[in-house]
Design a protein around this ligand. Structure first.
Ligand code: HAM
Length: 419
């Protein structure tokens, strides 16, 4: 077919036969977070560009290369590349921090990044995101990580590994950065061009360069976990004690630095070995300085986002169950004008009782109608003809067993049969 306009590279349609998977993960993620007290917040898809420049950071790949930004009037506007910045803005703008703290919010959102599309990496993708504001200690870090873990468990996912790190605070990180820069500077000639820039602008990112020559150097670099100040070290130890107490396996990976600038102390990722190179299903961490940076009060905060496309990919790779949904409980066939009107009447009454009832709208033969009912996977069917109309009763057929039961041509009676 010579389609005149095709979809944009890196975007995806969710067709009806897949949408139940999305409804399932959207429901379960929301339910699990709600059980931990996370309330739903919804924020706009577009924000002022400066919001992301200030929070995500102007030296990050996201801001430098990946944002969809456009001018409208005198404003520079950006399609959100992630959720945290907008959620923090919304919390400040709506005075949410004046209520009870910690404030816990959850949301589900589409994000846009102009990356090179590949399996698990899209230009429009979706995240389930939670954020907790106002708790400084490691107890909330453990709780947030547990939410992600519970989501995986509820969805039947096995074998996603949790990796944690602490990237310090404004007290200890500058000292660590100095050591890191000195280490890499001594090996600068071998580094890729991007890492040479990172030396000047964003030394932590030197640790997660994917170029082999750079990662070979990075593996012997000084580790941040050995350079933490006492407060950061105590926090990180407290988190590990809690994860052990609840039996959650994890590894400390001193090379997790995350791609966004706002993080402090705890950072973590859940990684799957089953979906290829884009293996991080969930990423998050603490960002204790962001509220102040955005003009608000000093407010400790942390959260995570799960990439929903990757989550579904893991579930598919592991053969996890997605609850089946029947698109049609009963198909009401008819022959003739009066019968077709009666079918509409019965379908309407059933729909008002929550039944997925379909009736003929195309004026097809009874044979064609029944073929359609079969294709739809209707659980039950019936045909209203002249004699059914006259007698006020109809045979309701169970499409799986082939058995039929007689029912009055009334919604309540039909309902009793198909329940
Ligand atoms: P992030 O690591 O940039 O963090 O993204 C979180 C997750 O979104 C990733 O682990 C991945 O599953 C998914 N993801 C990211 N980029 C793509 C893409 N191009 N295609 C498909 N999936 C993708 C954040 O966005 C932070 N805001 C998370 C956070 C919340 N930190 C604190 N609170």
């Amino acid at each position: 077919m010579a389609l005149k306009t095709r979809s944009i590279r890196g975007t995806r349609d969710v067709i009806p036969e897949e949408s139940h998977k999305w409804r399932h993960v959207e429901r379960v993620t929301g339910e699990v977070a709600a059980a931990y007290g996370f309330l739903e917040l919804r924020v706009p898809t577009i924000e002022k560009t400066e919001l992301f420049v200030k929070s995500v950071g102007d030296s990050t790949d996201v801001v430098q290369k990946e944002m969809y930004t456009f001018e409208k009037g005198r404003e520079s506007i950006t399609l959100r590349p992630e959720g945290t910045a907008g959620i923090v803005r919304a919390a400040l703008e709506n005075g949410l921090l004046n209520g009870a703290l910690p404030l816990k919010v959850r949301t589900q959102l589409s994000c846009f990044r102009h990356e090179n599309p590949q399996a698990g990496r899209l230009r429009e993708f979706h995240q389930f995101d939670i954020e907790a504001f106002g708790s400084a200690g490691p107890a909330i870090d453990a709780e947030v990580i547990l939410v992600a873990n519970d989501i995986f468990a509820r969805l039947g996912i096995r074998n996603v590994s949790l990796e944690i790190n602490s990237i310090g605070c404004p007290e200890c990180r500058p000292k660590y950065n100095e050591k890191l820069v000195a280490y890499f500077k001594a090996r600068e000639s071998v580094l890729c061009e991007t890492c040479k820039q990172r030396l000047l602008r964003n030394p932590l990112r030197l640790l997660d360069c994917k170029e082999e020559r750079c990662s070979a150097i990075a593996k012997d670099a000084p580790k941040i976990t050995e350079q933490l100040c006492e407060a950061c070290d105590t926090h990180f130890t407290g988190l590990q004690a809690r994860l052990r107490a609840v039996g959650l396996d994890f590894t400390v990976n001193p090379y997790i630095v995350r791609g966004l600038d706002y993080y402090t102390r705890t950072v973590f990722e859940f990684v799957s070995g089953e979906i290829g190179a884009q293996a991080t299903v969930c990423g998050g961490g603490r960002y204790d300085g962001l509220f102040e940076q955005m003009g608000g009060p000093l407010t400790p905060a942390l959260g995570f986002a799960i990439g929903l496309e990757r989550l579904i990919m893991v579930m598919e790779a592991q053969g996890c169950a997605f609850p089946a949904e029947t698109p049609c409980d009963i198909y009401i066939g008819s022959m003739g004008e009066r019968e077709n009107i009666k079918a509409l009447e019965l379908a309407t009454a059933l729909r008002r009782r929550g039944v997925r009832a379909l009736c003929e709208t195309g004026g097809r033969s009874v044979k064609a109608q029944m073929k359609y009912a079969d294709k739809l996977g209707a659980r039950f069917s019936c045909i209203i003809g002249e004699s059914e109309l006259a007698s006020g009763s109809v045979k309701v057929k169970n499409m799986q067993t082939g058995e039929s039961s007689e029912s009055a041509l009334e919604a309540e009676d039909v309902l009793a049969v198909i329940k």
